[in-house]
Structure formats: structure tokens, C-alpha cells
Design a protein around this ligand. Structure first.
Ligand SMILES: *[C@@H]1O[C@H](CO)[C@@H](O)[C@H](O)[C@H]1NC(C)=O
Ligand SMILES: *[C@@H]1O[C@H](CO)[C@@H](O)[C@H](O)[C@H]1NC(C)=O
Ligand SMILES: *[C@@H]1O[C@H](CO)[C@@H](O)[C@H](O)[C@H]1NC(C)=O
Ligand SMILES: *[C@@H]1O[C@H](CO)[C@@H](O)[C@H](O)[C@H]1NC(C)=O
Length: 431
């Protein structure tokens, strides 16, 4: 693959026709290549940052408000600049704290009059404070069919974390890239710099050896053999949680929520208290989508009801076997057939407020724990705290589905499994 550094792009732009350069400036479509880490099940990507550019590996946090990088690991760059307090860039990242004066030697965490934020790592369940900086960011681009030269944002704003935040990150990863519903997130900063609509699409691969993608901007999102995954999407509104989940009470959450009204297994309604799914006055409730949970996490009563309904709907000749943690319903794979859409098991429908359904077939419901055993890939929310979000749709359930987050129309476009169209999220041509 050809790649151009920022300086060679500048060189090109100063010598080519003005027309082609302004075109190049308004129509790039950044893309991230995303690989599932086998050990942690994190979705890992790589961008380049700083001057001179260095590769930076980051885990994807769909509901994260911004990008943070561990700057304590010898961050060096001649283009590294602090974001001063009370500037528009500080507002962009919704920073509400200011580090007024630092008497230590200047560094990534010592700078006067610089805005501050709270980077956190949901994988290690740990957070800290850090300063907000701007630096060069370089990212692959695409025409929706193949990879084009790297494009550059001269000042991409992010937060500096430190070694404290390393807990639980996949090997080689030094930060998180937030794709959340905030003006400082990667999709928001890319749309605003390159001037395209606030839309991006997640297509995560279930394979740990072939990559999936995050496409920024509109389709096409072409997967081999020539399937445009941006066509024939179903839509449901994205809901904003204005009450909880932000950095402070009353700040809107960066997470993407959709309205699930009920759950069905083989077309039969699962019995649980469905009012748990609606938001209450404290902002608890709703269904969010997450790349930091490898499996969908359900509030205890919903989880128990789903497991019971699923076990009941399983054909009688399929034998239930002892559970394998963290799962609560495991089966011998002996009498489970295999289909194009994965193991032939009862299908699970999330019935949406838009009246359509998000169908979860075997490929997205079952996890193969060994050659003889398949388990229902949903997990129970930890009981040591009240779950704020009763349904968190996790990685396994969104793999090989294209999800388009359209902030202009405030809606989610979803494809259902691409396996049904004889392709998968591993089929973008990154070669
Ligand atoms: C911050 O300002 C103080 C003076 O108020 C100065 O002594 C110090 O060197 C400055 N620190 C940095 C990191 O620029
Ligand atoms: C985010 O950006 C949009 C578009 O520029 C603007 O209308 C909105 O007020 C911003 N939101 C916040 C919370 O700053
Ligand atoms: C949050 O606020 C927006 C804008 O005021 C509104 O459209 C949306 O319905 C609110 N979300 C919830 C869950 O109340
Ligand atoms: C269902 O859940 C709601 C919200 O937690 C609660 O107020 C209501 O009493 C519950 N209804 C039943 C029948 O348990």
C-alpha cells in the first residue's frame, strides 16, 4: 500500500492543480482497519500521530467521548501543543477543568493554563486526570472500495493519559479511541475537519486474523464480492441519555442508545418486566451498544428470562451440558446443524421502538467454547451494583453486522448479519 506522510501531501498540494487539491480536501473518507485481539477480545486499530509520525495502537471505545493516549510512554513530537483553558478546542472536548499553573518541568502533564479531562479505561475499570493536547493525526483513507493514501489532520485534539491507565489493555495498545456522541470524538473531529456529514459505520470482524473496519462518512462501504453494505439498511432512532453517563450529572452521555421494547425468541415474547427497558427519571434504562463488552450484558431478571426462553425453544434432541463461565446456557453441538447464518438455534429478536426488529442469528448468539460445546453468548450484569443500562449490546452480537451511526438524522442503520448476503466484515479490501 502506498502511504504519504503529511509533508508529501503538502508537497503534492502545492504543485498540483488547485482544483484537485480542494477536491482532495473536501472528499477524503477516513477509514480504520480494526483487528480483534484474541486474548482480550478488544477491537484494536492503529493510527499515526505526532511529528515525526509514529504508529499508535488504540482499542476502540464506541461510547467513548474522545481519544486518549498514554503520553508517559516517551511521547515526543515537535507539533505537540497544549489546549489552553477557555478556548473553543477546550469546549470541543467538553473539558470542564483547567490546570492553571504547574511549577514542575514542562511535560505532557505539566503545562500552564491548560484544560484537563478525565480519561478512563473501561477494560481495566480505571480512570485518571490528564491534560488536553493537539497534535498531527494521520489516518488511512478510502473511496469506499479500496485503501487510498493516508490523510492528515494537523491538530487533532486528545487527552494525555499515563501508565496508570494501562490495566487490561491488549498487547501493544497505548490508548483508547472514542467514537462517542461528543464533539471531541474521532468521528466528530474528522467530519468537522474534512467537512463531511456526521456519520460513520462500524463493521467488526468476528475473526482474530482478518480485519474489520470503521468507515467515516457516507457509503459505499464495499465488501468482497462487491456488496455495498451501506445499501438495504434498516433504521431505528438513536436516543440521547441527557441525564446520566456524561462526565458530570446532567451532561448527555457519549453512548449510543436505541429503543428496545421487548425481546422475542423464535417469535415468542420473552416474559420480563419490560418497563425496565425504558428510561426512568434518573436516566437508568435503555439499550446501549458497546465495543468494550465482548458479549451482550443483561440485567439479572432479563438475563434469566432470556436464558430460560432460549433453553425452552431449543430442539429437544439438543443436549444441555454444564455451563462454561461466563455463560449460563451451554449445549452439546452434536445435534446442532450449521447454516450460512451460523449454528441452527432459535433466533432472538430485539423488537425496536421503530417497530422493526434486530434479529440475532446463531452466528451472533452462540459462542463455540470448544469443539463439542456451544454457549449462548450473553452474560449477566454484575450484581454488586445496580445496572444503569439493562441491555448493553456487546461485540459478539454486532460482529459481521454493519452499524451506521447517523448523527445528522439521529438514527442507527443496521444491516443484520452480512453472512446472509454472502459476505462479512472481514471482506473489505485493505490490501
Ligand atoms: C508556569 O508559569 C510559571 C509562572 O507562573 C512558571 O514559573 C512555570 O515555569 C510555568 N510552567 C510551565 C510548564 O510552563
Ligand atoms: C457540537 O457541535 C455542534 C456542531 O458544530 C454544535 O451545534 C453543538 O452545540 C456542539 N455541542 C456541544 C455540546 O458543544
Ligand atoms: C435528550 O434531549 C434531546 C434534545 O433536547 C431530546 O431530543 C431527547 O429526546 C432527550 N432524550 C431523552 C432520553 O430524554
Ligand atoms: C417493573 O419495573 C418498574 C421499574 O423498575 C417498577 O416500577 C414496576 O413496579 C415493575 N413492575 C412489576 C410488575 O414488577
Amino acid at each position: 500500500m502506498a502511504s504519504y506522510s503529511s509533508s508529501s501531501l503538502v508537497f503534492l498540494c502545492s504543485f498540483l492543480l488547485v482544483v484537485s487539491c480542494s477536491l482532495a480536501k473536501t472528499s477524503p473518507r477516513p477509514i480504520l482497519q480494526v483487528t480483534k485481539d484474541a486474548k482480550t477480545l478488544q477491537y484494536v486499530t492503529q493510527v499515526s500521530q505526532r511529528t515525526p509520525l509514529v504508529p499508535v495502537k488504540l482499542s476502540i471505545d464506541l461510547g467513548g467521548p474522545f481519544m486518549w493516549v498514554n503520553c508517559e510512554r516517551s511521547y515526543t513530537s515537535s507539533s505537540f501543543r497544549p489546549v489552553f483553558c477557555e478556548t473553543p478546542q477546550c469546549t470541543l472536548l467538553n473539558s470542564f477543568a483547567c490546570a492553571t499553573e504547574c511549577l514542575n518541568p514542562p511535560s505532557y502533564d505539566c503545562s500552564n493554563n491548560t484544560c484537563a479531562h478525565f480519561p478512563d479505561n473501561p477494560f481495566g475499570n480505571i480512570g485518571t486526570s490528564g491534560l488536553v493536547w493537539g497534535d498531527v493525526l494521520a489516518i488511512k483513507s478510502t473511496n469506499g472500495q479500496k485503501v487510498l493514501p493516508v490523510i492528515t489532520v494537523p491538530s487533532f485534539y486528545f487527552v494525555c493519559g499515563n501508565n496508570i491507565l494501562d490495566v487490561g489493555l491488549a498487547s501493544g495498545v497505548t490508548g483508547l479511541v472514542g467514537l462517542g456522541r461528543k464533539n471531541g470524538s474521532l468521528p466528530a473531529q474528522l467530519s468537522s475537519y474534512f467537512k463531511f456529514d456526521r456519520k460513520f459505520a462500524l463493521c467488526l470482524s468476528s475473526s482474530t486474523t482478518s480485519s474489520g473496519a470503521v468507515f467515516f462518512g457516507d457509503g459505499p462501504y464495499t465488501l468482497r464480492p462487491n456488496v455495498d453494505a451501506s445499501s438495504s439498511l434498516s433504521y431505528t432512532p438513536l436516543i440521547i441519555n441527557n441525564i446520566t453517563g456524561g462526565s458530570f450529572v446532567g451532561e448527555a452521555s457519549p453512548q449510543y442508545y436505541i429503543g428496545v421494547k421487548s425481546i422475542k425468541v423464535n417469535d415468542k415474547r420473552v416474559k420480563f418486566n419490560e418497563s425496565l427497558l425504558s428510561f426512568n427519571i434518573d436516566g437508568e434504562g435503555g439499550t446501549s451498544i458497546s465495543t468494550t463488552s465482548p458479549y451482550t450484558v443483561l440485567e439479572t431478571s432479563i438475563y434469566s428470562a432470556l436464558v430460560a426462553a432460549f433453553v425452552k425453544a431449543m430442539p429437544k434432541n439438543v443436549q444441555k451440558v454444564p455451563n462454561v463461565a461466563p455463560f449460563g446456557a451451554c449445549f452439546s453441538s452434536k445435534n446442532i446443524g450449521s447454516t450460512r447464518l451460523g449454528p441452527a438455534v432459535p433466533f432472538i429478536d430485539l423488537v425496536l421502538q421503530s417497530k422493526n426488529v434486530w434479529r440475532i442469528n446463531g452466528a451472533n448468539s452462540m459462542v463455540k467454547v470448544n469443539k463439542d460445546v456451544l454457549c449462548l453468548g450473553f452474560v449477566e450484569a454484575r450484581t454488586d451494583f445496580t445496572p444503569l443500562i439493562p441491555v448493553v449490546i456487546g461485540g459478539h452480537q454486532i460482529e459481521d453486522n454493519l452499524l451506521q451511526f447517523d448523527l445528522v438524522k439521529s438514527r442507527l442503520g443496521f444491516s443484520s448479519t452480512l453472512l446472509g448476503r454472502s459476505t462479512s466484515c472481514a471482506n473489505f479490501n485493505f490490501a
